[in-house]
Design a protein around this ligand. Structure first.
Ligand SMILES: Nc1ncnc2c1ncn2[C@@H]1O[C@H](COP(=O)(O)OP(=O)(O)OP(=O)(O)O)[C@@H](O)[C@H]1O
Length: 363
């Protein structure tokens, strides 16, 4: 296993890049801790595959270095990096049994028969493949074949990292949930560095201890699922994580009050040093914007209320700005007029998309 360091790494597919717009990966510095469970999360086209290909050795970065521990591997081919990869679609030898498939990566490296047997039995047990071990792989379902691919990725105990590229795409939705939890458990038991690429926040948040969120070729936040929820460092993270995502409203800030279309919103902190130029926005998650029929708060118009069982989510208009909010317990509305109570301690202020630290204690 190794610690993987991205040192001033950047990549452009152009032969003569002119500026940041020509880079699929903007300059990044990041350390993947040995034994960590990471998700690399972001929408299509943000650069996840490019980064994964640089880690695996399929792409040589235009700038910067990639280190495995202290060794510069930037130009080394995949075979020289000792990593395992699991792709979207199963990579399975149909002419072999499940056992032979799982044993293949170990046999290839000359591991002795006894060790192979016990490791294959262990991995098959963890993936619930024990009963199919002596079956031929050709007759198995797509789900079972992808489990074999996962097993082949996990079977070598000495790999520097395992890279998963959207590995649950072909898996039946019902089984997906179980496999996600299984992978998390496997990470705990096997103590391997795992990097899991996905555009699906649920997959990222259930699997990873640390989520690396990418947007437009850049890492915009690295944090625990809790940190991404509580303190989105970029408005993109606020939008992308959470369902519905964070409300983001253009505003002006004066001390500890934000003004949205002239309506004052109390903030938990003051912002005396906020830039006078640029885009200033207020971000608050629907969970911390509570809709009530009466009382103090921002006057809003209700457009829809969705009952999700344990909670009710309201869609409202603050002036001509749409927002999402949580409906207060036992609240009943006899008109489309209501008030929104924002928790001052949970409001963030963003300048040009980036969160700004306020001063003073949260209210
Ligand atoms: N071989 C290539 N040549 C030129 N441009 C490329 C190449 N591969 C990717 N790109 C571009 O680089 C950017 C990042 O693509 P990348 O595939 O890394 O993103 P991604 O987040 O993995 O998206 P997806 O989930 O759709 O695969 C995109 O604008 C893409 O068009």
């Amino acid at each position: 296993m190794a610690r993987i360091t991205l040192d001033h790494l950047a990549h452009s597919y152009h032969s003569n890049p002119q500026g940041p717009q020509d880079f699929a990966l903007k300059e990044m510095n990041h350390v993947w801790r040995q034994g960590g469970a990471y998700a690399l999360l972001g929408p299509s086209g943000c650069g996840k595959t490019t980064l994964l290909n640089i880690i695996s050795g399929l792409v040589v970065p235009t700038r910067g270095r990639i280190l495995f521990d202290d060794r510069d591997v930037s130009t080394l081919p995949t075979e020289a990096r000792n990593i395992a990869q699991v792709f979207q679609f199963p990579v399975v030898y149909d002419t072999m049994t499940v056992r032979e498939n799982l044993a293949f990566p170990l046999k290839n490296r000359g591991v002795d028969t006894q060790t192979i047997r016990s490791r294959v039995d262990e991995i098959a047990g963890l993936l619930d493949l024990t009963r199919s071990l002596d079956q031929n792989a050709s007759g198995l379902t797509a789900d079972a074949k992808q489990k074999i691919s996962l097993g082949r990725g996990l079977v070598r105990p000495d790999v520097n990292a395992i890279l998963f590229d959207e590995p649950l795409t072909v898996i039946d939705p019902h089984l997906k949930w179980r496999l996600r939890s299984t992978l998390k458990e496997l990470h705990r038991k096997l103590d391997l560095t795992m990097i899991y690429v996905t555009h699906d926040q649920t997959e990222a948040l259930t699997f990873a201890d640390t989520v690396v969120v990418m947007h437009d070729g850049a890492v915009v936040q690295t944090g625990t699922p809790d940190e991404l929820f509580e303190r989105p460092e970029h408005v993109f993270v606020g939008h992308f994580i959470g369902s519905p995502g964070m409300n983001v409203l253009p505003c002006q800030v004066d001390g500890a009050t934000a003004f949205v279309d002239g309506v004052g919103v109390a903030l938990g902190r003051g912002y005396p040093n906020l830039s006078k130029t640029g885009r200033i926005e207020l971000g608050v998650r629907p969970e911390f914007a509570v809709l009530e029929a009466h009382g103090d708060g921002l006057p809003v118009r209700i457009t829809r209320i969705d009952d999700l069982g344990r909670t009710r989510i309201a869609r409202v208009m603050l002036g001509d700005r749409p927002m999402a909010a949580t409906v207060g317990e036992d609240s009943a509305f006899d008109s489309d007029r209501a008030v929104l109570r924002l928790d001052p301690a949970r409001i963030h202020i963003y300048a040009d998309g980036r969160r700004v630290d306020g001063e003073g204690a949260a209210a």
